[in-house]
Design a protein around this ligand. Structure first.
Ligand code: AMP
Ligand code: ZN
Length: 473
C-alpha cells in the first residue's frame, strides 16, 4: 500500500491472448512517459499494471467466450500456456522499449475470490440484479454514470452497445459475473454465489487497483477506447463499492490510438504489426519509441514506413552526436540536473534548455517539444560540453531512449545504397557536392562539417583522383 506522499498509478494492462501489437505498446510507452515525468518532478510513484488472463470476453461483450479460451482452442494449448507465453512476449517488448518496470503486475486469475467478494458487496447494497446469463450492475443506480466519457447518458443508454442480453434493464448495464451457459463448461471456471462461471472484465481492474494502491488513488491510464466503456464501468462499480461519496480516482489519462492505413490497429481483427516485425526489418526498438515520442499522446498517430524510417535515421543521428559526450551523468530530476550546473558561472545556455525541457514535460507531456529542444541543444554552438552532457541526460531521463549507452552499430541498420529511395540519394549527393565546393574554396572547416553530417547519415566519403565516391558504412 503506498503512503500518502507516493502517487498511486494504475494502467490497464494487456489481455494476454495474442502478441501485443505496436498500438498496444503505445499505451505503455505513454504510461512510462507519465512515470518519468513524475520522477522528474521528484514525486515517488507506485505503478501497477494488470495482466488480463481471464474475464475479457470476445468483442468486449458480456456473454461471449473468453478471449483466452478462444486462443487456447485455436492454438491447441492450455489457457495457462497461452497466458504465460503472451505475458512474456509483452514483458519482452516493454524491456526492448526501455519501459520502466511497474511495481506490480497482478494477474486477474489470482484475484477471483476478491472479485467475488467485491460483487457480493455490490449485491448487498442493491446495485445488482441476477439474470440467467450472470450478475449485472444496474447503471441506473449510479448517479454520475458515464461522466468520464462526456457522453449524453440518455444517448449512451440507447447507444452503440449492440449486444443483446435477455433481461438487461439498461443497455449500459454490464456483467459482474458471467454465468456458464447451460451445457457449456468453461475451461476457466470458479464457483460463486451466482453459480459456476467467470468474472466480468471490468471487475478485475477495480479489485486489483484497490488491493494494491488503496481505495482511492491518484492516476489511472489506458487507451482511449477504455474511456467509453471499461473505465466508466470501473468507476461506477468502485464508487458503489466504496460508498463514501468521493471520486474513486483523482485523474484519468488516456492515450490516443496508433493507426495503420487510417484504421485502428486491433488485436481482435488479425494481429497487427509487432515490435518483433520491425526488428526483423532492421529497425531498432528505440526507433519505434522515438517515433511514438514524436507525436503527442493525445493525438492519433499514423504508423507509416516513412515515419519509422525517419525515426530510425533521427535515432542514428542522435546517437552519433551523443557518443562523443559519453559517459553521460545520471540525471533523473530537474533539481539534480540544475545541481550539476551550479554557481554563478553556470552555463546559462544549458540552464535555459533545462527550463525548456521542464516546460515541455509540464505541458501535458509534450514529448515532441523535448525532442526538438534536445536536437537544438546538440546543434547549439554556444552550449558548453559539460552543459550539453547534462541537457542530453535530462532529456533522455524523460524520453527513455537510452542515449547514454545505445550501441550505434545496433541502430545503424546495415543497408546498401540500393535500399535508399531517390530522395535520400539526392540529399546525400547534394551534401557531397557542397563538400566538394567547400574544398575548392579551401573552406576546410565547412568541408569537415559536411563530412560529419554525412557520417551521421551513415555515409562514408572517399576522395579519389576522379572525385569523391561514397558508400554506406
Ligand atoms: P488489450 O490487450 O486489447 O486489452 O489492450 C491493451 C492496451 O492497448 C489498452 O490500454 C488499449 O486501450 C490499448 N490499445 C489497443 N489498441 C491500440 C491502438 N491501436 N493504439 C493505441 N493503443 C491501443
Ligand atoms: Zn482496466
Amino acid at each position: 500500500m503506498p503512503s500518502a506522499d507516493v502517487v498511486g498509478l494504475y494502467s490497464c494492462g494487456p489481455t494476454v491472448y495474442s502478441f501485443p501489437h505496436l498500438g498496444n505498446m503505445r499505451a505503455y510507452v505513454f504510461a512510462d512517459t507519465l512515470r518519468r515525468a513524475l520522477r522528474w518532478k521528484g514525486i515517488p510513484v507506485r505503478h501497477v499494471v494488470n495482466i488480463t488472463d481471464v474475464g475479457h470476453a470476445v468483442a468486449d461483450s458480456d456473454t461471449g467466450e473468453d478471449k483466452l479460451e478462444v486462443a487456447a482452442a485455436r492454438e491447441r494449448r492450455s489457457v495457462e500456456d497461452i497466458a504465460s507465453f503472451y505475458t512474456k512476449a509483452f514483458f519482452d517488448d516493454l524491456a526492448a522499449l526501455g519501459v520502466l518496470p511497474a511495481d506490480e503486475y497482478p494477474r486477474a486469475s489470482d484475484y477471483v475470490p476478491q472479485m467475488i467478494e467485491f460483487a457480493e458487496r455490490l449485491e448487498e447494497r442493491g446495485y445488482t440484479y441476477l439474470l440467467p446469463s450472470g450478475l449485472y450492475f444496474d447503471t441506473s443506480k449510479s448517479p454520475g454514470y458515464g461522466e468520464l466519457a462526456l457522453l449524453d447518458i440518455a444517448g449512451q443508454r440507447e447507444g452503440a452497445r449492440v449486444e443483446h442480453v435477455e433481461g438487461r434493464r439498461n443497455k449500459t448495464d454490464f456483467a459482474l459475473w458471467r454465468a456458464e451457459e447451460p451445457g457449456v463448461r468453461r475451461v476457466m471456471r470458479w464457483e460463486s454465489p451466482w453459480g459456476w462461471g467467470a468474472p466480468g472484465w471490468h471487475l478485475e481492474c477495480s479489485v486489483m487497483s484497490i488491493a494494491l494502491l488503496g481505495p482511492h488513488f491518484d492516476i489511472h491510464t489506458g487507451g482511449v477506447d477504455h474511456r467509453q466503456l471499461h473505465h466508466i464501468n470501473e468507476i461506477a462499480q468502485s464508487e458503489a463499492y466504496l460508498g463514501d461519496g468521493r471520486p474513486w480516482v483523482q485523474y484519468w489519462l488516456h492515450g490516443e490510438f496508433l493507426l495503420l492505413d487510417a484504421e485502428k490497429i486491433a488485436k481482435s481483427t488479425g494481429g497487427g504489426p509487432r515490435l518483433a516485425d520491425l526488428v526483423a526489418a532492421g529497425y531498432h526498438p528505440m526507433a519505434y519509441r522515438l517515433f511514438l515520442l514524436g507525436g503527442h499522446y493525445r493525438s492519433q498517430l499514423d504508423f507509416t514506413n516513412q515515419g519509422i524510417d525517419a525515426a530510425q535515421a533521427t535515432l542514428r543521428r542522435l546517437v552519433g552526436r551523443v557518443e562523443p559526450l559519453r559517459p553521460l551523468p545520471v540525471v533523473e530530476t530537474l533539481p539534480a540536473a540544475r545541481a550539476l550546473l551550479p554557481g554563478p558561472d553556470a552555463d546559462k545556455v544549458a540552464v535555459a534548455y533545462l527550463d525548456q525541457i521542464d516546460a515541455a514535460i509540464s505541458a501535458d507531456l509534450a514529448t515532441p517539444r523535448i525532442l526538438a529542444s534536445l536536437q537544438e541543444a546538440l546543434r547549439d554552438p554556444d552550449i558548453s560540453t559539460e552543459g550539453l552532457r547534462v541537457v542530453v541526460a535530462a532529456a533522455d531521463a524523460l524520453l527513455g531512449l537510452g542515449l547514454g549507452d545505445l550501441d550505434a552499430r545496433a541502430v545503424d541498420r546495415r543497408r546498401s545504397a540500393a535500399d535508399l529511395d531517390p530522395a535520400e540519394v539526392s540529399a546525400i549527393e547534394a551534401l557531397i557536392a557542397a563538400r566538394t565546393a567547400a574544398r575548392k574554396e579551401k573552406d576546410w572547416a565547412r568541408a569537415d562539417e559536411i563530412r560529419a553530417e554525412l557520417s551521421e547519415l551513415g555515409v562514408e566519403v572517399t576522395d579519389t583522383p576522379t572525385g569523391p565516391v561514397w558508400e554506406l558504412k
